[in-house]
Design a protein around this ligand. Structure first.
Ligand code: BGC
Ligand code: ZN
Length: 355
């Protein structure tokens, strides 16, 4: 079968490989891949900045945002059957306390693996095999939109973490900000609108296509080439209670922390592989957090329950803004065109690879 692999740490090494279709054991499932979404993590892996091959191998099959159809199940499999559509989770546990409690996304030891990213092959191949425990069955009515479930699970966890954290007081969030308007930013904006919050989105552009999405969602957009992030609260006449940072830019993350209002919470989600340095006023930074009772937290990966909640919210979003989710999938490529697809990430919302 055909797959897309990289040589980890080598720049621009993505290429087609041919391997055997893997066999399955009693609790495993053979899945035929339909669509795989690609994102900034895949781009960083192809740039040689991130990613690790499975132990003892020198290639890594990439792809962690999957959608596929079950074609064969081992004799002990109960959760799914042939014909079901499934999305696989990404992270696999080590033996730490959190992993043993099913919280692989909170792994303490760091010896976890991630399919398509760290020490385990991904889903950019015609077929993959997985233990039934790591598959999430998706409703047929979501159809191709289910390829958005993995990024949606990241947004779900970030928001869930914010709300759990804010149980530290009486908190009535009214205004949220999402920095970055890639697929993750837009999915996060959708979730926050579903919760009834006023949502501000920011990036460094005024994109006509995205503007139609913002207006359909009722999101107010700011271009930070025209207004500084920390001036936005004054421009809208109220404080920001919650910021989810998803630009992939660590300096925006620091600015976001300095922009959130009193009792606010900032969730950082960007994976920044570089070594950027900036200078900040550490007194202002510290004092703002202290006097404002603010919290900053990092959030990575997702729990299985975030995938499950993601299904409910994709269905809810489809009902509320019919046809909007489909507008997020703006690029579609065959596996042979992986380099074009990775380049296209810059001007697209969600790019998918079709098998
Ligand atoms: C994936 C996560 C993963 C993270 C760090 C993201 O792109 O969606 O599942 O944990 O990268 O490797
Ligand atoms: Zn662990």
């Amino acid at each position: 079968m055909k797959a897309v692999a990289v040589i980890p740490k080598k720049k621009n090494s993505a290429h087609i490989v041919h391997t055997d279709i893997p066999g399955i054991s009693d609790n495993e499932v053979l899945v035929k891949v339909k669509l795989v979404g690609i994102d900034g993590t895949d781009k960083e892996i192809n740039e040689g900045l991130y990613g690790k091959a499975p132990e003892g191998e020198n290639l890594l099959i990439i792809g962690h945002e999957s959608l596929g159809e079950v074609v064969k199940t081992g004799k002990d499999v109960k959760a799914v059957k042939p014909g079901d559509m499934v999305v696989a989770t990404v992270r696999r546990p080590d033996d730490c306390v959190n992993c043993r409690a099913g919280e692989y996304d909170m792994c303490l030891k760091g010896e976890y693996t991630e399919r398509g990213i760290k020490g385990r092959h991904g889903y950019l191949s015609e077929y993959y095999v997985e233990d039934e425990r790591f598959l999430v069955k998706v409703p047929k009515e979501l159809d191709e939109l289910a390829v958005l479930l993995e990024p949606m699970s990241i947004a779900e966890k970030a928001i869930r973490m914010a709300y759990i954290t804010q149980k530290r007081m009486k908190w009535e969030a009214k205004t949220a900000m999402v920095t970055g308007t890639g697929s993750l930013g837009l999915l996060t904006a959708i979730l926050l609108r579903l919760r009834g919050l006023d949502v501000i989105s920011v990036d460094r552009s005024d994109n006509e296509y995205k503007n139609t999405i913002f207006s359909e969602l009722g999101v107010t957009h700011f271009n930070t080439k025209k207004i500084n992030l920390h001036d936005i609260p004054r421009a809208i006449g109220r404080q920001i209670d919650l910021i989810i940072e998803e630009t992939g830019n660590s300096s925006v993350a620091l600015h976001a922390i300095m922009t959130v209002g009193t009792n606010g919470v900032v969730v950082l989600t960007s994976i920044t592989g570089g070594e950027k340095h900036i200078e900040i006023c550490s007194d202002c930074f510290n004092q703002g957090l202290v006097l404002g009772n603010k919290v900053v937290l990092g959030s990575v990966n997702a729990h299985r329950k975030d995938f499950e909640q993601g299904i409910n919210d994709l269905l809810a979003a489809e009902q509320q803004w019919h046809g909007l989710l489909a507008k997020l999938i703006t690029g579609r490529y065959y596996p042979e065109k992986i380099h074009e697809a990775l380049l296209a990430l810059k001007d697209n919302i969600k790019v998918v690879i079709e098998f």
